[in-house]
Design a protein around this ligand. Structure first.
Ligand SMILES: O=C(CO)[C@@H](O)[C@H](O)COP(=O)(O)O
Length: 237
């Protein structure tokens, strides 16, 4: 018997198919997972498998508590421990996406947050999409993917903060996004890449472009009421 509900397999498989369709990765440089918290596992794309060859049955079930593969012979994505760290830290998320989308990676490699320069950004992310600190040589040598997950959780914070900011850039690597479902997480990956490209082109046209006050509070105000703003919990009403 294959572990994993048919519905979750279909959702995660469809979300993985969005990556090439949306131009978020070349080759296999991206992966999506989805979690079944009641079942205590998540399904993730198998490592190195092309999106054309991928079927729902090939998705790898991984134990949420231990990280062990529960069924099948395929190796899970190399990023599995990063995905697992987010599921353990943030109970409200249901899906995670990692890509190497070009413009978001440019900000990650430049160690720069993606600034809030327009409503497209502010309507989804209630502040700059943050970039993590660089991993130490020891962290890179010990278990890169595990520490990648840890530095993002350290950067974003608790479950509420993760809901308000469902994206982060790993320094010198690329974007991770998350959401209530696998589908939602890959939609956030599309938006991260779009706002990264817009920001890069905006700054090329006007290096002094900055975030007007009304944009800073647009998203959080809508979600948390007047005065609330990500990164400024004291302002929450
Ligand atoms: O970020 C990386 C490697 O740097 C990975 O996301 C690969 O780009 C895809 O690995 P698999 O999911 O195929 O194992």
């Amino acid at each position: 018997m294959t572990i994993g509900s048919e519905a979750l397999r279909q959702d995660v498989w469809l979300a993985n198919q969005v990556i090439p369709k949306a131009g978020l990765a070349q080759l296999t440089w991206g992966n999506v997972s989805g979690v079944d918290r009641a079942g205590g596992y998540f399904l993730i794309k198998p490592s190195g498998v092309s999106y054309d060859d991928l079927t729902p049955e090939m998705l790898v079930p991984v134990d949420l508590a231990t990280g062990k593969v529960l069924d099948g012979d395929l190796r899970p994505s190399v990023d599995t421990e990063s995905h697992r760290a987010f599921y353990l830290a943030w109970p409200s998320i249901g899906g995670i996406t990692h890509t190497h989308s070009t413009h978001a990676v440019a900000f990650a490699q430049a160690n720069r947050d993606i600034p809030v320069l327009g409503t497209t950004h502010a309507d989804t992310f209630n502040g700059p999409v943050p970039v993590t600190r660089g991993l130490t040589p020891q962290e890179c040598a010990h278990d890169y993917e595990f520490h990648t997950g840890q530095v993002i959780v350290e950067l974003i914070g608790d479950d509420e903060a993760a809901a308000a900011m469902p994206a982060a850039l790993v320094a010198n690597h690329g974007p991770f996004t998350w959401g209530a479902s696998a589908k939602k997480s890959v939609e956030h990956a599309i938006i991260v890449e779009a706002v990264a490209e817009m920001a890069l082109k905006t700054l090329a046209l006007n290096p002094a472009a900055a975030t007007p006050q009304h944009l800073q509070e647009r998203h959080f105000k809508r979600k948390h009421g007047p005065g609330a703003y990500y990164g400024n919990p004291a302002a929450k009403s």
